[in-house]
Write a protein that binds this ligand. Sequence first.
Ligand SMILES: *Cc1c(COP(=O)(O)O)cnc(C)c1O
Length: 359
Amino acid sequence: MKDRPYNLYAGPAILPLEVMEQAREELLDYAGTGLSILESSHRSPGYAEINDSAREDLRELLGVPESHSILFLQGGASLQFGMIPMNFLRGGKADYVNTGAWAKKAIKEAKIFGEVNIAASSEDRNFCYIPALEDLKLSPDADYVHICSNETIGGIRWARFPETGEVPLVADMSSEICSRVIDVSKFDLIYAGAQKNLGPAGVTVVIISDPMLKRCPDGLTTMLDYRTHAEKDSNYNTPPVFSIYIVGLVLKWLKRRGGVAAIEEVNNRKAALLYDLFDSSDFYRGTADPGDRSTMNVTFRLPSEELEAAFIAEAKKAGFIGLKGHRSVGGCRASIYNAFPEEGVKALVGFMKNFEKES
Ligand SMILES: *Cc1c(COP(=O)(O)O)cnc(C)c1O
């Protein structure tokens, strides 16, 4: 096979090569059935095993307590922006922390269903930081508190999470799920589109607590009621079978790598290679405040937009693709998800040092 470029796209994003090779191997004949998983019934025993083991591997990897259900839904993280307030903000009030583009989209949807209290915002400095926990203006009577734990576009993440007491904590973890150890029991709902760190597009993981499931109201359309999917093991209607199959392979890969704690160490080393470069250079400037830096989406600027354009073009020639920042903010971004290899980050840093010298 021709050398593959280093894939730094924010999402859909890099998948472990091993996983894609296994999927190719099994594509025409899944587990000796003579059928492809692509053409198999979602009621077949083969699929039941895929669904169950993906769910149980995720439970093991993230330490999801038995009090929480794991669901595989469709509609992306974007559907969760609306489905969460549709189920849990019924004319009351919810607290949202405005940390960037994704938090904002969630806020927009919540406002359709009730009052939104912006508990804090980092918009004053262009979303380059996470508001301090002690500055959050949380409402004691909120229906829930919503955060985006890692802002994919701004490149910032919550190093620690707020204590919300009796008020349920809800988090969009799309771009960092399984990248670091978290205490799932602190959250009543976690959601993540798979296409950043877990697999291909088409499936969204939702981890939801029993008390939260009990709060789902009657009268919603069946598909938008979390209980439907919890009761039917994410098999109420036809699930995205192939996407869930690939997520399952990615989770097995992650287990072979030693699990979340082990990959977190690798992720910290990878991110430090880039952030150390920024801290020792006048040429590359990290845009996130040091305490809030994401280990998944590393955002940075060069001295001018011309240099940024040249950098992105030269990097592409050298085999590093996807370094352009999101169109809404410009600049550069290296998305170095779990599947992005450490030697790839080392090679990127080498390229960046050379580019600086030659500019
Ligand atoms: C990509 C992303 C989304 C949107 O996901 P879709 O699956 O495209 O709806 C939401 N939140 C975060 C943090 C993301 O990175």
